[in-house]
Structures are given as structure tokens and as C-alpha cells.
Design a protein around this ligand. Structure first.
Ligand SMILES: Nc1ncnc2c1ncn2[C@@H]1O[C@H](COP(=O)(O)OP(=O)(O)OP(=O)(O)O)[C@@H](O)[C@H]1O
Length: 259
């Protein structure tokens, strides 16, 4: 099977600090993969480099057989790889629907002046994305809130808008940075269902960073563990859960075991 995403020897330094060091992994089409690790392990940096927000110091990134390292985020999105951010990153004063149009229009190279001037090219792009936005609103359960101002919605819904903006770019792979942060257990379980629906019914592969272990263990078939910028383990939830290096370095050794 050809990998959809292939990360090979990826490093990113900040001065002398190796935030990500020699990271290699593959994600196949249709997989849900979790990237976990303690605070400061390099997860967000890895996301930023893969999605084009940060240039790599070394290494290669292939997406759907094409080299994408060094591309700008807008180019990466057009190749079918989108991401969400830790903060909900919605436009709070815009309606839910307007937020999604911004995501959808990212696929078309319509400059901001053309959007303001409502040129023919902008209106044509809008027509194309209208149905797609409706579909994303349905998938994410946001359809009843389409005309509500995003900033006035509950936090759980705002997090969904972040995901919906990413989906509106019609990605083959969606990178989610801490999608469940701040959600209550019920919202978190619903979120896990949404992720599985995206993969099972809409053929979107997912790579996500998350501290919420129950969500990671219940949703991912493959987990990559980073500690201090380096991959220390990779495997199924059971393999990772039972890996002594992960238990010691990440999950923490049971204090009583020493007593
Ligand atoms: N722009 C930057 N300049 C300098 N150092 C940075 C920068 N971004 C990240 N770092 C450092 O790189 C290391 C990895 O940070 P990163 O945010 O990628 O970790 P993380 O695993 O996402 O952490 P968290 O779970 O807390 O979000 C940390 O030591 C951090 O301080």
C-alpha cells in the first residue's frame, strides 16, 4: 500500500533546541492516527512543519506521492491536506456558514480584493462551494446553527466549526491539533463519533494530536509517541499502552510501585 503521508527524517530546530528530531512515520489512506506525547514533546511543531506553517530544518514530507516540504500552507491545502488549530480559530463575528465559506474558498485562488469587490470569479467560486458547505454543515451537526454568530455559540460547537472549516477545504487528510481540549466527557465522546464518521463515510484520513487519552485509545488504530522531539514508540493502542518506554517516559511510572 502506498502511504498517503510519508514523513521521513523530519527535524525542526529553534536555535540549538531540536523541537522535532529525525521523525519518520507513514499514514495510509483511511487511517486514523494519533500523535501523543507530554507537553513540549514537539507535536505542534511537527504539525506546523507538515502543514507548511514552519519550514523544516531537515527531512522530507510526501503527500499523495508529491513532495510538499517547504510549500506554503495555502498550497498544501490545495493538495488536499488541511489542519485545525488548538484554539477554535473561528471568525467570531461571522456566522457559522460564513466561517465555512472562508475555508471552502481557500481552495480557490481568489484574492481578498476580489472577494471584497464581489468579482465574477469570486461569485463563480461561491456557487461551486455552496453545496459543499451545506454538506459539511450536515456532517458536523452544525446545520441548525448555520446563521448563528460563531462567537456566541457554546465552546464545543466552536471547536466543531474549527473542524468544519478544515473539512470545507475538501481534504483527503485532516490534521487536528487538540480537537477535544476543553470539551466535557459527553462532547468528547460525540467528537470521537464524528471522527469515525469522517473516516468511515467520507473517506477522510485523520492525524490528530490529543492529550485526552480515552479519545485517542478509542479512536485511533495507530499511535505515534513523541518525547523531546523524538519518536519513542509507534503501534496499536494496546501496543502503545503496554510499551514500557511509553509508560515510563510519558504516562508516568506508578508511584506506588516504588513504595
Ligand atoms: N517558535 C518557537 N520558538 C522557539 N521554541 C519553540 C517554538 N515553538 C516551539 N518551541 C519549543 O519547541 C519544543 C516543542 O514545542 P511544541 O509546542 O511543538 O510541543 P507540543 O508537544 O506541541 O507541546 P504541548 O502539548 O504543550 O502543546 C518546546 O520546547 C517549545 O518550547
Amino acid at each position: 500500500m502506498t502511504a498517503l503521508l510519508k514523513v521521513d527524517g523530519l527535524s525542526r530546530y529553534f536555535g540549538g533546541l531540536a523541537a522535532v528530531k529525525d521523525l519518520s512515520f507513514e499514514l495510509n489512506a483511511g487511517e486514523i492516527v494519533g500523535l501523543i506525547g507530554p507537553n513540549g514533546a514537539g507535536k505542534s511543531t511537527a504539525f506546523n512543519v507538515i502543514s507548511g506553517s514552519l519550514a523544516p530544518s531537515a527531512g522530507r514530507i510526501q503527500f499523495a506521492g508529491q513532495s510538499i516540504e517547504g510549500m506554503r500552507p495555502s498550497q498544501v491545502v490545495r493538495h488536499g491536506l488541511a489542519r485545525t488549530f488548538q484554539s477554535a480559530t473561528v471568525y467570531p463575528a461571522a456566522t457559522v456558514q460564513e466561517n465555512l465559506y472562508r475555508g471552502a474558498l481557500a481552495r480557490f485562488d481568489v484574492p481578498i480584493w476580489a472577494q471584497i469587490a464581489q468579482t465574477a470569479s469570486y461569485r463563480s467560486a461561491l456557487r461551486k462551494v455552496r453545496e459543499e458547505v451545506d454538506e459539511v454543515l450536515e456532517i458536523t451537526g452544525l446545520a441548525p446553527y448555520r446563521d448563528d454568530v460563531a462567537g456566541a455559540l457554546a465552546y464545543g460547537h466552536q471547536k466543531r466549526i474549527g473542524v468544519a472549516i478544515g473539512l470545507a477545504t475538501r481534504p483527503r487528510l485532516l490534521l487536528l491539533d487538540e480537537p477535544a481540549a476543553g470539551l466535557n466527557p459527553e462532547e468528547c465522546a460525540e467528537f470521537g463519533c464524528l471522527l469515525k464518521t469522517l473516516r468511515d463515510r467520507h473517506e477522510i484520513s485523520l492525524l490528530f494530536v490529543e492529550h485526552h487519552m480515552a479519545l485517542v485509545m478509542n479512536t485511533c488504530e495507530k499511535i505515534i509517541v513523541l518525547v523531546q522531539g523524538q519518536k519513542i514508540a509507534q503501534g496499536t493502542p494496546d501496543e502503545v499502552r503496554n510499551n514500557p518506554a511509553v509508560i515510563e517516559a510519558y504516562l508516568g511510572v506508578d508511584e506506588d510501585a516504588h513504595g
